[in-house]
Ligand binder design. Structure first.
Ligand code: ADP
Ligand code: MG
Length: 351
């Protein structure tokens, strides 16, 4: 652009009328182009003259300030003829944070305005996350410290129990210690999730393993379990150990919900996008207002519950790029549905 003008200026005395008209057309086109850029720019731009008067401004500047820039100049306190940068908050048309940059020009000042509300919110969120992490590390540290003496107590109680097999107090102590131990374990797992070790596999394999572990408990409670697995399932990227735990948490909840003689139906399927596992029970169901909070930690309705099972399960499913959802009807039962993206979808999704 600059070269262009320099060239024209040098030759202008030698140009005839037709050539001048042609140069004029080129300049007019260029001006239209620059004007379009100026108008479409999402950054607000205000051009100030030598004495700080508004010469020109673009629509973004008007939108950001919520008024004609000329009318806002007094409040903006724009430093003239210098390069500067500062933040300011405006309350109209709504509460936002703007960044204002100025650049000196030959005869005046160029002012840039940018909405940095979202950026600032992100920074504050990052700080908050950092603080939360410090608290979590502290809590995890304390939990570890508690786990060690607990272990020692448990070992000694085992010895005592062997010496006095009929002592009820010793038995109660042992039970309570083992309960504390499982609370601590859940707590630590919730605080310090381990990254899944993803391998291609089927959502059904860990399910079968988990059912094998629980079979005896189902039999003892006369709970009937049906399992519907299609012959062919698309592979998913899965950490089988972690998924065994997800299934264990869900099936244990279902078992506790249905009680003696209940029924649990498990279905595995797939669609174009996902492998889908659904676990349905005919238990008491969950009140609607409670469904929204199911996956939050420490929400339990059980006397001996920890309220961590669903939260940990949801996190594992999320770490697999999947979703978990609950649907429930009081008096009829509850259905949990897990969806894990098929490998080929996952790779496409990550591209
Ligand atoms: P916990 O089992 O230790 O209470 P969970 O996170 O596993 O913790 O479950 C949280 C709560 O969700 C349970 O206390 C229960 O009220 C409810 N819940 C979970 N699964 C079911 C289900 N299948 N039927 C009815 N309620 C359920
Ligand atoms: Mg549970």
């Amino acid at each position: 652009m600059r070269d262009f003008f320099r060239g024209v200026r040098k030759r202008i005395g030698k140009l005839d009328a037709e050539q001048l008209r042609e140069q004029y057309r080129l300049i007019a086109d260029e001006a239209d182009f620059l004007d379009a850029l100026f108008t479409a720019n999402s950054e607000g731009i205000i051009v100030l003259g030598e004495h700080g008067e508004a010469v020109k401004s673009n629509p973004a500047a008007r939108a950001l300030l919520g008024m004609e820039p000329a009318d806002a100049l007094a409040q903006l306190e724009i430093p003239l003829g210098v390069a500067s940068k500062r933040e300011m908050s405006i309350t109209y048309p709504d509460e936002r944070t703007l960044e204002m940059r100025t650049l000196p020009m030959k005869a005046g000042t160029l002012v840039y305005l940018r909405d940095i509300t979202a950026e600032k919110a992100r920074t504050e969120e990052e700080l908050r996350v950092g603080a939360t992490k410090a608290v979590r590390d502290l809590a995890a540290g304390v939990a570890h410290e508690i786990a060690n003496p607990l272990n020692a107590i448990s070992l000694n109680l085992q010895l005592l129990e062997r010496e006095r097999p009929d002592d009820e107090s010793v038995k109660v102590c042992r039970q309570q210690i083992s309960r504390l131990d499982s609370i601590l374990r859940g707590f630590l797992q919730a605080l310090r999730p381990s990254r899944p070790n993803l391998m291609p596999g089927s959502v059904a394999d860990p399910l079968k393993n988990c059912l094998a572990t629980l079979r005896q408990q189902f039999v003892e409670r006369s709970i009937s379990v049906t399992l519907d697995i299609p012959a062919a399932l698309p592979p998913v990227a899965i950490d089988k150990m972690q998924f065994e735990q997800v299934y264990f948490n869900l099936l244990k909840n279902a078992m506790e919900a249905v009680g003696e003689g209940g029924r649990i139906d498990i279905g595995v399927a797939s669609d174009d996008n996902d492998a889908v596992v659904s676990i349905r029970d005919n238990g008491a169901g969950i009140p609607p207002e409670q469904v929204a909070h199911l996956f939050e930690p420490y929400r339990t309705t059980k006397e001996k519950g920890t309220g961590l099972g669903l939260m940990i399960s949801a996190r594992i499913v999320r770490d697999h790029g999947g979703t978990i959802a609950a649907a429930s009807k009081l008096g009829e039962g509850t259905r949990f549905t897990i969806r894990i993206p098929r490998i080929e979808r996952r790779i496409r999704a990550l591209k």
